[in-house]
Design a protein around this ligand. Structure first.
Ligand SMILES: Nc1ncnc2c1ncn2[C@@H]1O[C@H](COP(=O)(O)OP(=O)(O)OP(=O)(O)O)[C@@H](O)[C@H]1O
Ligand SMILES: [Mg+2]
Length: 322
């Protein structure tokens, strides 16, 4: 079995999967409530909470799998990108477990992990495909040719990520953090045509989401509480429509450009109901595997060259890919 660990942001997660990609246990402990009062993730608070949670979460995963550490043959861990203090907790835990049992360790890139959420049973996807990765920190169009090598980046956001735009919009609407799922829920009761929130068009296959957030800011600025309350769902629906439209249009444009026969969507924003409905023919990451989890990290670990004992003891975490 492969043990996957993920601590790059505010989810402490451990999972066990088989070599064939069947999920045996998948435990995610979200710290969202802890960070809600700050309106976003506080890195140092996240790192300290990971430290408290990482062992219990691994234990819970082993319990769920009715397994022991002796059943683990490979440890896969997110080494970046993410919050450096948070990442280091997972990396240290992975090293300790692997070192104690002389197991190999696979250093997994978090974004490769999101893509690898598509390679798990019961419905694994085979490359090549065009992948829209839309999460809290990234928005990218990837040309995925095989499961192991780094995909070619066709387009990326030049400012905010799509998930970040959802979170900032939710904040402006007073919905709290994390906001994507809350906008999604509220939007169901609103009219997406009520407001016109255009998304900036940038050249090529890149995205830009900072303007739509400013448009929402102007729409709600100086309005009375009564007005805001009455327009709440319409604002959410219109705002969501603008973001989803931009994602869908660019994805379709990229698919045409590279002649992709298959399109896939991964990352936290892939959980969005309007986005899912707008791409009916796409391979969508299963809902439980859209936001951060360790099953996707264990899945990616299968396609990474593992570092054998004790070479990984000097392994470092990295905050960004650049
Ligand atoms: N139903 C939804 N609709 C829209 N956005 C959503 C939905 N559910 C979650 N999100 C958004 O997904 C994001 C979290 O996704 P994820 O966990 O993949 O991001 P991350 O790990 O923080 O960032 P990254 O993967 O880029 O490092 C948040 O911005 C959240 O608002
Ligand atoms: Mg993520």
């Amino acid at each position: 079995m492969i043990l996957g660990l993920e601590t790059s942001c505010d989810e402490t997660a451990a999972a066990l999967i088989t070599r064939d990609g069947a999920i045996v246990a998948n435990v995610v402990s979200s710290q969202a409530d802890l960070h809600a009062r700050y309106g976003g993730v506080v890195p140092e608070v996240a790192a300290r909470r990971h430290l408290e949670l990482v062992t219990p979460v691994i234990r819970e995963a082993l319990g769920e799998a009715k397994a022991e550490l002796g059943d683990v043959e490979l440890v896969g861990v997110t080494t970046g990108p993410g919050l450096i203090g948070a990442l280091l907790v997972g990396v240290a835990a992975a090293k300790a477990i692997a070192w104690a049992r002389r197991l190999p360790l696979a250093a997994v890139d978090h974004l490769h992990g999101h893509v690898a959420s598509l390679y798990l049973e019961p419905d694994p996807l085979e490359p090549p495909f065009l992948c829209l990765l839309a999460s809290g920190g990234h928005t990218m169009l990837l040309d995925v040719q095989d499961r192991g090598s780094k995909p070619h980046v066709l387009g990326t956001t030049i400012d905010d990520a799509a998930g970040e735009a959802f979170d900032k919009g939710a904040r402006l609407l007073g919905l709290g953090y994390p906001g994507g799922a809350r906008i999604d829920r509220l939007a169901r009761d609103g009219d997406p045509g009520a407001f016109d929130f255009p998304v900036a068009r940038v050249p090529g296959l890149d995205f830009s989401f900072s303007g739509v957030k400013t448009a929402l800011l102007y729409a709600v600025r100086d309005k009375s509480d009564a007005w805001l309350e009455a327009a709440h769902a319409d604002l959410a629906a219109s705002y969501q429509r603008a973001i989803v439209r931009a994602l869908v249009e660019r994805t379709q444009q990229a698919a045409e450009q590279i002649g992709a026969s298959r399109v896939a969507v991964v990352g936290g924003v892939a959980a969005n109901s309007e986005l899912r409905a707008s791409l009916p023919d796409a391979a969508l990451a299963p809902l439980a595997l859209c936001t951060d989890n360790a099953a996707m990290i264990a899945s990616a670990a299968r396609y990474v060259e593992p570092v054998s004992y004790p070479g990984y003891l000097g392994l470092d975490a990295y905050a960004s890919t650049a």
